[in-house]
Design a protein around this ligand. Structure first.
Ligand SMILES: [Zn+2]
Length: 314
């Protein structure tokens, strides 16, 4: 299913319907759990399946909730240098400078994540297990998107440079093909003195890689025939055109470990963000949580009560 989605999306996506790919999002949330310290690890490990499976909820919500889309990206290059030089600036200041449409077009990722810091910290303070899990899964998704170069540029699918499809190529096709060779060990989560500033730094780093992402593919494409560039692979009952394995390998080699490096950054950032919210909430004991039912506010037809498992139940 994950593969079908992402490969299909390579050629069908309109305005940014795709992110990292379901595959990579699930892996990042899952592996982030293993960066956590003892006081958190038991609870998250026991609920590992939830955190992994629901890593893709924010992408599913995009089809249901209009306001969802803009949370997944931030077009660094759409902002004047005078503003990017002083980022992060608070939402209440920046929202006065541009129209609603501007934000819809160019994204609100860092401000949405900033708001989620307070929500997750509150969930920890209230020891609300279901909220902790829902918010942790969601924020892991957005933090991962922040590390995808093509989520930080207005040329998000190569549509301005004749490279339509490169979005899904980089973030879905490549990790799906080469994930097994990645070393995603990041060490332990660290406390973030300023979570917003850290997220901002990651966006800046991801944006710095945009030129390579585009130029390398352009260069490779310029001396590859269409027959070599694309191939057909069976997905369910359909033959789907996608970037060939040889072409993918050549591009992946040119990127010198970029996809792997960005996945590692996403993992470390996600674990560290969860950890920081927990520390700032006073390090509550997660073996002894309340079980307030939570309705997922944004997923209209997916309202459900989250089943929370406590560490001692295993
Ligand atoms: Zn996303």
């Amino acid at each position: 299913m994950a593969c079908m989605f992402s490969i299909f999306a390579l050629f069908t996506q309109s305005r940014r319907e795709n992110t990292w790919g379901f595959f990579a999002h699930k892996k990042i949330n899952r592996i982030s759990v293993f960066t956590l310290p003892t006081g958190m690890f038991g609870f998250y490990k026991t609920n590992l399946e939830y955190v992994e499976t629901n890593a893709v909820n924010p992408d599913k919500r995009r089809y249901l909730v209009e306001a969802e889309g803009q949370r997944h990206y931030f077009d660094y290059d759409a902002y004047p240098d005078s503003l990017t030089a002083v980022m992060p600036i608070p939402w209440h200041q920046v929202k006065a400078l541009f129209s609603e449409n501007f934000f819809k077009e160019n994204g609100t990722l860092p401000w949405h994540v900033h708001a989620m810091y307070y929500q997750l910290r509150k969930a920890f303070s209230e020891k609300n297990a279901a909220q902790i899990l829902r918010l942790s899964s969601d924020v892991g998704h957005y933090l991962s998107d922040a590390n995808v170069p093509l989520h930080t540029t207005a040329n998000y699918n190569g549509q301005l440079t004749g490279q339509h499809g490169i979005h899904g190529f980089w973030e879905s096709r490549l990790p799906e093909l080469f994930f097994e060779d990645y070393n995603l060990f990041t060490g332990k989560a660290v406390y973030l003195d300023d979570p917003s500033a850290t997220v901002w730094k990651h966006i800046k780093l991801a944006n710095a890689a945009v030129d390579s992402v585009l130029l390398f593919e352009k260069e490779l494409s310029s001396h590859t025939s269409s027959d070599e560039k694309y191939s057909y692979e069976k997905r369910g009952n359909a033959n789907v055109r996608t970037y060939s394995r040889e072409y993918s390998k050549a591009y992946h080699d040119m990127l010198h470990g970029m996809v792997e490096r960005q996945m590692r950054r996403a993992i470390k950032l996600t674990g560290s963000f969860w950890y920081t919210c927990w520390v700032d909430a006073g390090m509550p004991n997660l073996d002894n949580l309340t079980e307030e039912p939570v309705e997922e506010p944004d997923s209209l037809d997916q309202r459900k009560t989250i089943k929370v498992f406590r560490p001692h139940e295993h």
